[in-house]
Design a protein around this ligand. Structure first.
Ligand code: ATR
Length: 279
């Protein structure tokens, strides 16, 4: 590192468990780029000051994680369309002194799903469990990718209705209650789990009655800890194709790298760094 080293970062609260420093610093080294990636724990009350500071210090860009993905929008000069529609930013790029917000979770999810399962998205009948920030990002990606329909089931039905409404210009979208799942799962071809149910340390929790799972569906779970949730284990046992959450983590980081550096990310190197960091 010398005086010419560029800086990219992550702001969140907390940030201690993030795997991004490992993935992205490894990518910089592999490409011979004179940059470092650092994680900063920024409490919500300091968000505006932190953004001003990063702007003043000439950061090339940064990632944004919980709880700042929505609040950061008001400090940016420009927000790209996908991020605006999702209402959340996870990547900021400083270009000629202007701060531009993007959402790479959305495209990162699609890349991972298609890469790992080879799924043809056209014609999919999608059922999404959950209606929070993660659900918004992936639902938007699937709607734009041309799936046939999206049904959203959430504990708080009102939130599912709001998400369905916001998707309805792009895709046939509707909301159901968790109690109505039995009626819709039979025709589901892609079941997408976005809640925290089943996440470490509650690894024996499952968000849906496993007897509803069947072998005509792909089951995708955004959780990556554990890598194979109880939902995925039950789905696999019933002959469904399964997809875990680690690939989304990898690809959202790779896409952020591409936005900052203007060149393709060394995805294999980043995957290796992520696998090691998960141990
Ligand atoms: P994220 O950004 O990870 O999506 P979030 O915006 O807080 O986080 O959303 C969490 C989602 O998981 C919500 O859909 C939430 O349901 P509610 O809208 O009813 O709160 C869902 N969720 C969390 N814990 C749950 C549980 N124990 N059972 C069912 N759904 C749960």
């Amino acid at each position: 590192m010398d005086a010419g080293t560029g800086v990219v970062g992550l702001i969140g609260h907390p940030v201690g468990h993030s795997k991004s420093p490992e993935m992205i610093n490894r990518a910089f080294r592999a490409c011979g780029l004179p940059f470092v990636y650092l994680a900063f724990d920024v409490p919500p009350s300091e968000l505006g000051t932190a953004v001003s500071g990063m702007r003043a210090l000439g950061f090339r860009g940064w990632n944004v994680t919980i709880p700042h993905k929505v609040a950061v929008l008001e400090y940016l000069d420009e927000v790209e369309e996908t991020a605006r529609e999702i209402g959340a930013v996870n990547t900021v790029v400083s270009r000629d002194g202007r701060l531009i917000g993007y959402n790479t979770d959305s495209e990162g999810y699609l890349r991972s799903l298609v890469d790992e399962t080879g799924l043809e998205l056209a014609g999919q009948k999608v059922l999404i469990l959950g209606a929070g920030g993660a659900a918004r990002a992936v639902a938007h990606a699937l709607a734009v990718a041309g799936v046939e329909s999206i049904t959203i089931a959430n504990r708080t039905r009102e939130k599912a209705e709001r998400l369905a409404e916001s998707l309805s210009r792009k895709v046939d979208a509707r909301a159901v209650s968790l109690s109505e799942l039995e009626r819709v799962v039979g025709e589901t071809t892609l079941l997408l789990q976005t809640t925290s149910v089943g996440m470490y340390p509650e690894t024996e929790a499952i968000p849906i009655d496993p007897s509803l799972l069947h072998d005509r569906m792909t089951v995708s779970d955004l959780i990556y800890r554990p890598r194979k949730t109880l939902l995925l284990r039950e789905a696999e046992a019933r002959g469904a194709r399964i997809h875990g959450g680690l690939g989304m983590l990898l690809h959202q980081a790779a896409l952020a790298f591409e936005k900052w550096m203007g060149k393709p990310a060394p995805v294999d190197v980043m995957r290796e760094a992520l696998e090691e960091a998960m141990k």
